[in-house]
Design a protein around this ligand. Structure first.
Ligand code: PLP
Length: 389
């Protein structure tokens, strides 16, 4: 089996598994006063420190959550609820993850938010000048550091500086970027004033070899934000409830191990990815989407002319290669990729893409195997498409 879908989820790291198994043996609620509770609390706070160390923030700013989706919801809805009166616009670039789009859509419907869309450039990047123009008088802005589908890496520092200058709180979705690009919450925040500039940043454990169902929202000490849930004082009251100590310990172990090898590993993956791209693009009617240079090291996102992405996905899967169309299904019917549409491509193109993503366990043999089975799968997918049309 050749797994080329590391951006969807990547295998659990042994360090995370060991940390999780050790932590579940600690019996005690981290809020309890007795020794068992104190042991759990110590482990939890050490994990928070480890996560904070990699993300370049204070430990108290790390709020553990159930993953990227919850973090994004807490950021958008929590910052919105605490916004300055009279400001009702949310700056929303095109091509964001569904967690962001759907949370913003809910704010529009339920809270009357005005969504200010920011178009992407043809490579899938958020143009900083367009983003800056949209910020005037806005209540809140959001943006992703790296696009999870086409792999384009944005100018996060430029986006954060624009928000700080405009006096608007900003949330950054760092889920796809985590482990692949250097991140510093304090560095991105710079000297932004109280309640403005970079205020919250979302990450998720299962994208870096931690368990599914764990994540964090970094919330600046000075952010103005309200909790979504109520029920206790844990985590500054922003995410109340008994804390998942094994999940936090496993996330911290995965993140620390990922960070320790990030520089060498991203260089290795970029080389493998370049070989994969060169091999795929040697087939006629194929195009790399996203920025050719400023892109995630393990991401290859390819448009296959004349083939439906889901057919190719199915045929590759039958041949033992697992990839992704990157886009969602609605009631079992594949949707055209909203990200590819945001690049200015048409609906046919948006249905003709596949995303191949490499990760820690990827080897040259994985690339060889894809390149071996792809020509036949592509020919069959194109034949199926021509019969249908
Ligand atoms: N944001 C981005 C950019 C993602 O790629 C993902 C997951 O694919 C998420 C958010 C959601 O994260 P989670 O799966 O932890 O809910």
């Amino acid at each position: 089996m050749t797994y080329l879908d590391h951006a969807a989820t990547t295998p659990l790291r042994p360090e995370a598994r060991d940390a999780w198994l050790a932590a579940v043996e600690v019996v005690g609620n981290a809020s309890s006063i007795h020794r068992g509770g104190q042991d759990a609390r110590r482990l939890l706070e050490e994990s928070r420190e480890q996560v904070a160390d990699v993300l370049g923030c204070d430990p108290v700013e790390v709020v553990f959550t159930s993953g990227g989706t919850e973090s994004i919801n807490l950021a958008l809805k929590g910052l919105w609820e605490a916004r300055d009166g009279g400001r009702d616009a949310l700056v929303l670039p095109d091509g964001e993850h569904h967690a962001t789009m759907d949370a913003a859509g809910w704010l529009r419907q339920a809270r009357g938010a005005e969504l200010r869309h920011v178009g992407l450039d043809p490579f899938g990047a958020i143009p900083v000048d367009r983003f800056r123009d949209a910020l005037t008088g806005a209540a809140l802005a959001t943006a992703m550091i790296a696009n999870n589908e086409v792999g384009t890496v944005n100018d996060a520092a430029g986006l954060a500086a624009a928000a700080a200058d405009a006096g608007v709180p900003l949330h950054l979705d760092a889920v796809a970027a985590l482990g692949h690009v250097p991140l510093s919450f304090a560095g991105l925040r710079g000297s932004a004033g109280k309640g403005v500039g970079l205020s919250a940043l979302s990450v998720s454990a299962h994208k870096v070899g931690g368990p599914v169902g764990v994540g964090a929202l970094v919330v600046a000490r000075t952010a103005r934000i309200q909790p979504l849930h109520h029920g206790g004082a844990q985590q500054r009251g922003l995410r109340p409830g008994t804390q998942d100590v094994p999940g936090a310990a496993a996330f911290a172990a995965a993140l620390a191990a990922t960070e320790a090898e990030r520089v060498t590993e991203t260089a290795r993956l970029a080389q493998l990815r370049d070989r994969l791209v060169a091999g795929v693009l040697s087939l006629p009617g194929t195009h790399l989407l996203g920025d050719p240079v400023r892109r995630l090291p393990g991401n290859a996102h390819v448009l296959f002319e004349g083939a439906a992405g889901e057919t190719l996905l199915f045929l590759l899967d039958q041949a033992g290669v697992q990839a992704s169309t990157g886009s969602a299904c609605q009631a079992g019917v594949p949707e055209p990729s909203h990200v590819v549409l945001a690049l200015g491509r048409d609906e046919t193109a948006a249905r003709s893409v596949l995303r191949f993503t490499l990760g820690r366990t990827s080897t040259g043999a994985d690339v060889d195997e894809l390149l071996r089975v792809l020509p036949d799968a592509l020919a069959r997918a194109r034949a199926a498409a021509s019969v249908r049309s």
